[in-house]
Design a protein around this ligand. Structure first.
Ligand SMILES: *Cc1c(COP(=O)(O)O)cnc(C)c1O
Length: 384
């Protein structure tokens, strides 16, 4: 059996080696390292793929989130609501801009932000909400957009984990994740579903004015060369990363399909297991039926409900199967983000999830033998 990786970037590279190497040597020959033609081409190709009016590339996903908040003109003291159960980048940029983060609980089955908890957290100071499409599946955007409209709030989608996925609205329409709110942010960190070979990120919006504002912010607040109208940042996607992304973008649907297939095999193996909860698919598609893009499985995350999660993680590692606990500490308990405003009884789900979740290897190169090996190890250990 091939050695099992959490993310198999090398195996994936083998399949696109010629395109990537050729593009990189072309850039080395041209010396157009920054703002070269590949960056503009990638921007256009991604706009087309996502069916969104504007893609603004930037240096990484964390910058993308920060720039969204700057672009919307959020001011110190404005409250921004986001999920307690996510990667810290989301809340970090809220803090950096001296906005007030308001963390709320998530749903136990999708791991995504709980819209009822969000509604309860709205105050006259609330200006924006940041749903995170955790592990590759969209938060309940119908409800979130309705709530935002009712309270006049901006919606910033953190789409770092769900690029290429779609949201299925209750009215039957379908939109790409990250293009539904006022603005969306994504990351091209190597292990993300669309990853480059370094750091990268992008912002998406259908709002022409906001896109214009953001294009200046990413470039030192310049709208005309050497005229600085606003305080900006320096956040660029470089040409080499854009070239890598151009090689991968045409394969993104195929890559996400492979993830769905691996997830489907995992879930089939875990069906009927008393102490193992497989990820829920909220759109109604069934993993063992046809392939669907409502979940792009950035992570395949189980809940182990009989207290054996930590033992299982150790057991998998002892058997050379990598795994991850995303995330082991609720944000409201992190030293940097803890605050007297929070009450433990408002976070029952996150507090439980951090004890139960475990993410299994998930990438585009997993084969059946590996999946059988992993699922058998999990089932045997949990039932022992
Ligand atoms: C990866 C990630 C980010 C940050 O992306 P970087 O490119 O690493 O800065 C933000 N939010 C979420 C949910 C992520 O998973």
């Amino acid at each position: 059996m091939k050695k099992i990786q959490m993310v198999d970037l090398k195996g994936q590279y083998e399949g696109i080696k010629t395109e990537v190497n050729d593009a990189i040597s072309e850039i080395l020959d041209s010396s157009a390292f920054i703002n070269g033609p590949h960056v503009h081409a990638f921007q256009n190709e991604l706009e087309e793929y996502l069916d969104v009016k504007h893609v603004i590339p930037c240096a990484n996903g964390t910058d993308a989130l920060q720039i969204c908040m700057m672009g919307l003109g959020l001011k110190p003291g404005d409250e921004v609501i986001t999920a307690d159960f996510t990667f810290a980048a989301t809340v970090e940029v809220i803090g950096l801009l001296q906005l007030t983060p308001v963390l709320v609980d998530v749903e136990p089955d999708t791991f995504n932000i709980d819209v009822k908890a969000m509604e309860k957290a709205i105050t006259p100071k609330t200006k924006a909400i940041v749903p995170v499409h955790l592990f590759g599946q969209c938060a309940d955007m119908d409800e979130i957009m309705a709530l935002a409209k009712k309270h006049n709030l901006y919606v910033i989608e953190d789409n770092a984990q769900a690029i290429g996925g779609s949201y299925f609205s209750k009215d039957g329409s379908k939109q790409k994740a990250g293009t539904i709110g006022h603005v969306g942010a994504t990351s091209f960190f190597p292990s993300k579903n669309l990853g480059c070979y370094g750091d990268g990120g992008a912002i998406f919006t259908n709002d022409d004015d906001l896109a214009h504002t953001i294009r200046g912010i990413v470039n030192h607040g310049m709208y005309k060369r050497y005229y600085h109208d606003v305080v900006g940042v320096n956040s660029r996607l470089d040409s080499i990363q854009a070239a890598v992304l151009r090689a991968k973008l045409p394969k993104l649907d195929f890559y996400n399909q492979k993830r769905w297939e691996a997830a489907s095999k995992y879930s089939k193996a875990f069906k009927g297991q008393e102490h193992i909860i497989s990820p829920k698919i909220s759109c109604g598609c069934e993993t063992d039926k046809s392939v669907c893009d409502c979940h792009v499985f950035h992570q395949y995350t189980l809940r182990i409900t009989n207290g054996k999660r930590d033992g299982l993680a150790q057991h998998l590692n002892d058997n050379n199967v990598p795994c991850g606990v995303y995330y082991p500490v609720p944000l409201h308990k992190q030293k940097a983000y803890a605050d007297d405003r929070y009450n433990e009884e408002d976070f029952p789900v996150t507090n439980q999830l951090v004890e139960e979740v475990i993410s299994l290897p998930m990438h585009t190169e997993l084969d059946d033998e590996q999946i059988d090996f992993i699922t058998k190890l999990v089932i045997d250990f949990v039932n022992k």
